[in-house]
Design a protein around this ligand. Structure first.
Ligand SMILES: [Zn+2]
Length: 143
């Protein structure tokens, strides 16, 4: 079965016209190919909040890793839930973003009302990667 690349760009123009508290749900599914390669699927719920859009998602990915003992590639499953607020770019002053470190990983909605989930997916996937990947816990290593 041919797998499609992940479409991580979501246009929230319509959602932002609806009253605060309105929500839309999306099915997420596709191949990712950045620092890690793999397949991701799950659901994302976008909620219009006063500052922007709150994204709640529950995702499962299967990424290709290289075993640190035998150097074979294997598939490693990762599941995570994420909840992050995306703010319109114009509402995030540059100097504020620079001066407060806890704000520096702000997710944004660009001036065409496009919200990009790929950065969120990248961060959460990397966060859940094992330090020393093993294809199985008793991998004998290279013979
Ligand atoms: Zn191994």
């Amino acid at each position: 079965m041919e797998k499609e690349p992940l479409r991580a760009l979501i246009n929230v123009a319509q959602l932002l016209k609806e009253p605060v508290g309105s929500s839309q749900s999306y099915d997420i599914s596709g191949m990712i190919d950045e620092e890690v390669e793999g397949f991701i699927e799950g659901k994302a719920k976008l909620i219009h909040i006063s500052q922007g859009v709150l994204v709640q998602c529950k995702l499962t990915t299967e990424v290709k890793l290289i075993c640190s003992r035998c150097l074979d590639t294997f598939l490693f499953p990762i599941s995570f839930t994420a909840e992050e607020a995306f703010l319109p770019v114009s509402d995030v002053p540059d100097d504020l973003a620079l001066s407060s470190p806890e704000q520096s990983e702000e997710f944004t909605i660009d001036n065409k009302n496009i919200l990009d989930l790929s950065e969120l997916i990248r961060q959460y996937t990397l966060l859940n990667l094992p330090m020393k990947p093993l294809c199985r816990h008793d991998c004998p290593g290279v013979n």
